[in-house]
Ligand binder design. Structure first.
Ligand code: GUN
Length: 300
């Protein structure tokens, strides 16, 4: 294995350090404490783990964390009422509604009811449009984390061929916009792409965000390319014992690492960056709300 490992744990700790410094400065110089509200509807176990972890890290960087846990049968009217209250609460600078929502709730409607300035997920249609037209916006956390790691590793991304595998609204599409913003030549590949390996093999940067365990193998990768693995998939691991599981990415780590110049591991790659970027977005939203200078290095 020859690839450099891009350590998301170390990088995320650095980003959280920058966030902590900004939070301390906001308090000391302006008497402001940034606040993040997280709304969880229902009892999805994975979502509960994420929300707990978000709350813990929000407090660790010195911000206010507010959690709203609603029953799975909460009506759309009641959820929209809560969002309206949070939109109008000046102590709350960021609002995140954990997805997926129970099926009786219209996700688009709910997300688009968040004040775009407080939309720290960057999912609101206004933020999508602002990002797509190169204007200042709130940027989705996972792609922002990937961009930060790529900039840190490569310096300039200008002119590089980037292939994003996956076309989701949460990762694939905003990732492509961000890479275009940094002057990459960008291709979005997906499940219907013909001869996908010949497309990814031209890439200097491959971003895998398809949600399929170990789909991208070393044969897909140009020697020396940078591989960013967004996937987090739990698969059976009979080699560890009966009923045991392990986490893998969308890339087959061993074969990709044999060919790539650099690669993010799973776990410990993109994952930790997502929450770090959520905290970064909350500080950014707070600074913008108070018309204060935004800290460097925390936005796209
Ligand atoms: N569920 C899984 N990932 C995310 C995310 O980044 N934001 C929200 N709101 N929900 C999620």
């Amino acid at each position: 294995m020859s690839a450099t490992i891009i350590d998301g744990k170390v990088f995320a700790a650095k980003v959280r350090g920058l966030v902590s410094e900004s939070v301390a400065k906001l308090k000391a110089e302006h008497g402001i404490k940034p606040g993040l509200a997280v709304v969880l509807v229902g009892e999805d176990p994975a979502s509960q783990v994420y929300v707990r972890s978000k709350g813990k890290m929000t407090v660790e960087v010195g911000m206010n964390s507010v959690e709203h846990k609603l029953n799975a049968d909460t009506s759309e009217v009641d959820l929209l009422k809560l969002i309206d209250e949070l939109n109008n609460d000046s102590s709350i600078h960021g609002i995140l509604v954990q997805l997926p929502l129970p099926s009786h709730l219209n996700e688009d409607l709910v997300i688009n009811s968040i004040n775009p300035a407080k939309d720290v997920d960057g999912f609101h249609i206004s933020n999508v449009g602002l990002l797509g037209t190169g204007q200042k916006s709130m940027v989705p956390c996972t792609p922002l984390g990937c961009l930060m790691m790529l900039r840190d590793y490569h310096g300039s991304l200008s002119g590089l061929n980037a292939v994003v595998v996956g076309r989701s609204n949460i990762v694939g599409k905003p990732m492509a916009q961000l890479l275009l913003g940094d002057s990459c030549t960008v291709t979005i590949a997906h499940s219907r792409t013909k001869d996908i390996q010949s497309v990814t093999r031209r890439a200097d940067i491959v971003i895998a965000a398809v949600g399929r365990p170990e789909m991208v193998t070393g044969e897909w990768i140009k020697p020396g390319a940078t591989v960013i693995d967004v996937g987090i998939n739990r698969i059976d691991a009979p080699e560890k014992g009966e009923g045991k599981t392990r986490l893998v990415g969308d890339c087959d780590y061993v074969s990709c690492a044999n060919v790539a110049g650099a690669i993010t591991p799973v776990p410990g790659g993109v994952g930790p960056m997502t929450i770090a970027c959520l905290l970064a977005n909350t500080v950014t939203a707070c600074c913008r709300a108070h018309r204060l200078t935004e800290p460097n290095g925390l936005t796209a």
